[in-house]
Write a protein that binds this ligand. Structure first.
Ligand SMILES: Cc1cc2nc3c(=O)[nH]c(=O)nc-3n(C[C@H](O)[C@H](O)[C@H](O)COP(=O)(O)OP(=O)(O)OC[C@H]3O[C@@H](n4cnc5c(N)ncnc54)[C@H](O)[C@@H]3O)c2cc1C
Length: 325
């Protein structure tokens, strides 16, 4: 059967946005190549008929429900490999994010399949899928198609839009999967919330973004105070999320989120191309950097050359005074 299989991650009775984007994209593409759009969900009793069937609203016609640990990569690889083996899907599509990368890579290895990662768009050509992938620091795009089946497509985080197509309830099919011995070796001990994870930075009108120039994790308090005074949210560069100073959920750029707020204030950020691609559509970009030659000054609307430790507290006080007055 020619069709597209996606994985949908759920937590506390809801599917995450990135998964719904993958399901929506899979459904759109399946129509174009004339195949079935299906999704796999793995979890416990919280996976009710109603919750699973609700993926039909995003275009899935069939939902495979597998009993197993939710939120871990290896069991999902087992489940998807079995379903693709039994029912013969031509493509597996993931919305990106760390779990999507983990499952997509595992499935590729298991099935000896072809894979494209960091995909930003997918098109249908002659009944097959072609993945578009940026290369050379996002300065060019290549088209990738697949020799043989299945083809694995892993999107860039949030690359695919969530589309409520109003397709009604999807058919729910229970599948029993016997997990590989190694798949049971990792268990979820705790699922916690990250600092800042409750804020949807993609919808914020004002973002105060911090980079390595903040000096240490505590430096983000300067961004939080200023964002609080302005009524905005906090964002970050990859350098600082990799250093553990701030949650990955706040990362802007090539491998993070793409935003376009009314105001993007970049504090201690050099303006590397990989960061720029995620925020260059902002209406107003203000940069604070002590290096007058920092690349960010080449594309910001207002540049302040100076030490952020001196400027940000004063700016926060000034905003508070203005709002209070
Ligand atoms: C494949 C790939 C994907 C990537 N994806 C991303 C991505 O999605 N997002 C992303 O952000 N990066 C990404 N990067 C990393 C990117 O190349 C840069 O390394 C990163 O953006 C730099 O972060 P930064 O600006 O915080 O740090 P730096 O480049 O180190 O800049 C720190 C800046 O702070 C300034 N500064 C220092 N002290 C002060 C002070 N006291 N006051 C004012 N200014 C000060 C310095 O002058 C400097 O300009 C990616 C890289 C690769 C290779």
């Amino acid at each position: 059967m020619s069709g597209i299989l996606t994985y949908a991650l759920h937590y506390e009775g809801a599917f995450n946005k990135n998964s719904l984007g993958a399901v929506s994209e899979g459904a759109k593409l399946a129509k174009e190549i004339g195949g079935e759009a299906a999704a796999v969900v793995v979890g416990g009793d919280d996976l009710t008929d109603e919750l699973c069937a609700s993926l039909g609203n995003y275009g899935a016609t069939k939902v495979y429900r597998v009993k197993g640990p939710e939120g871990l990569g290896a069991p999902v690889v087992d489940a998807m490999a079995k379903i693709i083996g039994d029912d013969g899907y031509s493509y597996a599509l993931f919305g990106g994010g760390l779990l999507g990368f983990e499952i997509g890579a595992g499935l590729t290895a298991r099935l000896g399949a072809g894979v494209t990662m960091e995909v930003t768009a997918v098109k249908a050509q002659g009944g097959k899928l072609v993945a578009e992938r940026p290369i050379l620091q996002d300065s060019a795009i290549v088209d990738v198609d697949y020799v043989g089946e299945p083809g694995i497509i892993i999107g860039r985080l949030n690359a695919f839009d969530v589309v409520e197509s109003g397709g009604g309830a999807a058919q729910v099919v229970d599948v029993e999967v016997s997990f590989e011995e190694h798949s049971n070796r990792a268990v979820m001990v705790q699922r916690g919330e990250q600092r800042g994870a409750d804020v949807n930075i993609e919808d914020a009108e004002i973002l105060v973004a911090g980079g390595r120039g903040l000096g240490k994790a505590e430096g983000f308090e300067l961004c939080e105070s200023l964002a609080g005074a302005l009524g905005g949210a906090v964002a970050a560069t990859r350098a600082v999320v990799d250093a553990g100073w701030y949650p990955y959920a706040a990362q802007i750029g090539q491998t993070g989120k793409t935003v376009a707020p009314k105001l993007y204030l970049a504090a201690g950020i050099s303006g590397a191309i990989q960061h720029k691609v995620g925020m260059q559509a902002s209406e107003n970009i203000v940069a604070i950097n002590k290096d007058a030659n920092a690349p960010i000054f080449e594309f910001c609307d207002l540049g302040i050359v100076g030490d952020l430790n001196a400027i940000m507290p004063k700016l926060t006080e000034a905003v508070k005074a203005k709002k209070g007055g």
